[in-house]
Design a protein around this ligand. Sequence first.
Ligand SMILES: Cc1ncc(COP(=O)(O)O)c(C=O)c1O
Length: 398
Amino acid sequence: MLTLAARMSRAKPSAIMIVADKAKQLKAAGRDIISFSIGVPNFLPGPHVYDAVRDALTKDSGQYGSNRGSDALLDAFLKHLEEGGLPGYKRANIASGIGAKHMLYNLAEALLDPGDTIVFAVPYWTTYVDIADILDAKARLLPCPASQNYKLTPAQLDAALPGAKVFLFNNPCNPTGMVYTKAEIAALADVLVKHPDTWVICDDIYNRMVFDGVGYHNFVQARPELRDRVIHVDSLSKTYGMPGWRVGFVAGPEAVAQAMVTMNSNHITNLPEVVTAAAVAALGGPQDIPRERCAEFQAKRDQVMAVVNSIPGVICPRPEGAFYVFPDISVAFGKSHNGRKIANDVDLCNALLDAKGVACVPGSAFGEPKALRISYTCPTAQLPEGLKRFREFFAELT
Ligand SMILES: Cc1ncc(COP(=O)(O)O)c(C=O)c1O
């Protein structure tokens, strides 16, 4: 009998894409849909990126390239790291790949054997669980509910790390938008120092999207001795409005970067020259687009929070980064909308989409079934209308 590998029985399609696809189908059928579902930045990179691509097309060699990334790309990423507060890395410490997701998958392959433990906070980005499942690793989940601002405490981390091979940390966080302060990072870094047998993966891809002057901070700045086992994951997707260009990076110990190069040599071989040219231009060119978008997202965050906070019983820690708001909407459970019973987050998101044409992602996709995720990168003009419908929906619950 022909069978797929056992690991495929553990692989699931992304729960986020299921909602996005339903919203797309309704839109195609003529419904007026406002999507707060998929986490795309919804802006384009600057003209210098397209100029670089046009230029690269005329010179494209069509040849295989470096498994690590071209020297120009590596140097551009090193400069980006330094500007983000992470100096001191060399080409041998970094590697490129097809987006942060690819880097995270390859890191998990490189660091985890079947049965090994990977620790991360809940709510989590959906893919973390899926990658652990595919690789047959054990995910040790640390609940961080709204009542603790969706943030991991040093005590929780300390209790969870014994026996863990990898700790995966996401800051700013998808889905909560929470950002750890300098003091919070320092306190967690102090705990990490006490557990020398655990690798630390920092999924920092929203590091340029931080509001309110909180700043982006990381464990290596707090405790430089962690540099030997902290791995940073970054990507062009969110910062530069280039999710479909698929460029991601890691920075960390040489052995880990080399493992990524080895994986690339067996999977993707290299990033295409034209994509590389776009990435070098984005990283090395003017940084005003990411800065302006960040300011725009902060203003949109304020609009969303004003509405969410005005709904009785909805609880929402104030996000300070990325482009997500993650309200606890469990006050609605047990109620009805137009006679339709709302038992949980999935019922609520389905009813909201059907009745109001507003697409949000159920919190259970992120391990927190009391909440839902609002991604607020829709066109600015659509946001007030989407929020109005969101508020109406809750006002109509009986
Ligand atoms: C926390 C987090 N990590 C990684 C990714 C993957 O990003 P990329 O497009 O670079 O693969 C995403 C995308 O939504 C994300 O939210």
